[in-house]
Ligand binder design. Structure first.
Ligand code: C2E
Ligand code: MG
Ligand code: MG
Ligand code: MG
Length: 275
């Protein structure tokens, strides 16, 4: 009986999985063409210091428009890119675009706030990553403090000693590191005492539960207090309402980003915020 059930279950899943595989394959093919054809663009979501309301940064977010698939959201193509082994190439393209943009702004006498760039742990492990990044910064006369690297916790923890060494080297060069989607990784928090990290980004799922879920409020409070005890600043993502903002301010969360302030902006709109 269990066997029959297993067989049915297998059939049930395999139909769905075929669709999934097909969708992933077309995304994979599209992504390769997009890499070749330079079809990515970068948008910038402003980040604010909550106390003073001052613009202090922006997160660079990749956008992809495919002639056949249309606008594909990152939530769909980033996982596909990871699976297809294309994430490093894409991040690399985004990095190059951001550095070129920062250089351009500076040449025009604008002062961009610190730009955070999403990076995969895989990328960090490539030999020569830090040297290459420093060389690129030098080539464009962009100071290290002009950028910050965002990494999600999951894959960092597989090799915590290696990660710690890498973060230390980045820190010595003046490049800040932020842990993205913090709180979603089901990992022990104690690893933070071993990693030189500058910022934690509280995942938006907690922020969006502020009004309705006491548990999520408690997690935010715990994250902020722990971060502060370790000398790490906190940035909340996905702030959409005034009451979320009020709660975060009261709990001494330093920074935030979200639709309440701005959606991710194209270069022209983002520039208007720089004065
Ligand atoms: P993330 O790094 O956590 O980025 C924040 C996401 O939340 C962005 O979605 C942003 O548009 C969205 N967001 C910001 N404020 C709000 C808000 O108030 N409410 C809601 N509901 N959402 C908000 P996006 O641009 O679709 O990116 C999704 C994810 O894709 C990112 O999550 C990141 O993990 C990944 N991603 C985006 N760009 C890159 C990239 O260049 N490289 C890599 N590796 N991943 C990227
Ligand atoms: Mg991010
Ligand atoms: Mg995030
Ligand atoms: Mg997130």
């Amino acid at each position: 009986e269990a066997k029959a059930l297993g067989r049915n279950r297998f059939r049930f899943f395999s139909a769905g999985m075929q669709d999934l595989v097909r969708a992933r394959m077309s995304i994979g093919t599209g992504l390769r063409a997009a890499i070749e054809g330079d079809r990515f663009r970068v948008v910038y979501q402003p980040q604010y210091r909550l106390e003073a309301g001052r613009l202090v940064g922006a997160e660079a977010l990749v956008r992809w428009h495919d002639p056949e698939l249309g606008d594909v959201p990152p939530s769909r193509f980033i996982p596909a890119a990871e699976e297809a082994g294309l994430i490093v190439s894409i991040n690399d393209i985004v990095m190059a675009k951001v550095l070129a943009q920062i250089a351009l702004w500076r040449m025009r006498g604008l002062e961009p706030p610190r730009i955070s760039i999403n990076v995969a742990a895989q990328q960090l492990r490539e030999p020569g990553f830090v040297e290459q990044l420093c060389r690129r910064l030098d080539e464009r006369a962009v100071p290290a403090g002009a950028i910050c690297l965002e990494l999600t916790e999951g894959t960092l923890l597989a090799d915590i000693e290696g990660t710690a060494r890498m973060f230390e080297r980045l820190g010595r060069h003046g490049i800040a590191v932020s842990i993205d989607d913090f709180g979603t990784g089901y990992s022990s928090l104690s690893y933070l005492t071993r990693l030189p990290v500058h910022e934690l980004k509280v995942d938006q799922s907690f922020v969006q539960g502020i009004a309705s879920e006491a548990g999520k409020r408690s997690i935010i409070v715990a994250i902020v207090d722990m971060a502060h005890a370790l000398g790490i600043e906190v940035l909340a993502e996905g702030i959409e309402t005034e009451s979320q903002l009020a709660f975060l301010r009261e709990r001494r969360c330093e920074m935030g980003q979200g639709y309440l302030f701005h959606r991710p902006l194209g270069v022209d709109d983002f520039e208007k915020l720089m004065v």
